[in-house]
Design a protein around this ligand. Structure first.
Ligand SMILES: *[C@@H]1O[C@H](CO)[C@@H](O)[C@H](O)[C@H]1NC(C)=O
Ligand SMILES: *[C@@H]1O[C@H](CO)[C@@H](O)[C@H](O)[C@H]1NC(C)=O
Length: 194
């Protein structure tokens, strides 16, 4: 899967701080969390909200389907941008939503996403997704483990298009900012090529 090749696409020189106990940690803030149904007969009701508490953005929402769905393909892309630099696409890949829900993908990114989204729901979603069941997401949050390692301070843009065969069902957009949290012990400045 292409997603595993993030490193290969990411030929940027990063500047980050390392201390004896490890590298700088990040806080992932979310500014936009938007779920847009395209097939409104399938998705008559949904919501997506953000609550900012302290340095953390909590995501909640619900999804209600009118009929059962199976075999959903997700087309996902992640881009980052920094001031005065062009946007960089870290990946653009296709995955099977049922495989994602079963957590069969080995990608660390998808496993973190699974943990953040699937374990914060009222009912563990599995395929086929059931109709007339209100799947709710309760105050999940993203943290630095969700993103590929060694990212600079940046804005990120994560988009997913869900399709059933070739029919678009919905779009998901999550974007925000990645802030390094300066460590208590600040070490030497390193320049690292990934
Ligand atoms: C937010 O993060 C900053 C920078 O790391 C820290 O100084 C501050 O105490 C944090 N605030 C809260 C409410 O956690
Ligand atoms: C589903 O749950 C959400 C959150 O609890 C609620 O706001 C929404 O009205 C419910 N929708 C349906 C169709 O039951």
């Amino acid at each position: 899967m292409k997603l595993l090749r993030i490193g290969a696409y990411f030929l940027i020189t990063l500047v980050f701080y390392c201390s004896g106990s490890g590298c700088a940690e990040y806080v992932v803030s979310v500014d936009r969390f938007v779920f847009t149904p395209i097939d409104r007969e399938l998705i008559p009701s949904q919501s997506a909200t953000i609550e900012q508490i302290g340095n953390r953005s909590y995501l909640s929402g619900h999804l209600y389907l009118e009929r059962s769905v199976d075999n959903v393909i997700a087309l996902a892309s992640l881009e980052i941008s920094r001031p005065n630099l062009p946007r960089v696409r870290l990946f653009n890949s296709k995955f099977d939503l049922c495989g994602f829900l079963k957590n069969t993908y080995k990608s660390k990114f998808l496993q973190q996403f699974h943990y953040r989204f699937v374990t914060f729901t009222n009912v563990q979603p599995s395929c086929p997704l059931k109709p007339h069941l209100n799947y709710t997401l309760e105050r999940s949050y993203l943290d630095e483990r969700i993103l590929p390692e060694l990212l600079p301070e940046c804005s990120y843009f994560f988009n997913v298009e869900f399709r059933e065969k070739t029919k678009p069902l919905a779009n998901l957009h999550i974007s925000g900012h990645l802030h390094p949290v300066l460590n208590k012990k600040k070490g030497p400045k390193n320049r690292v090529k990934t």
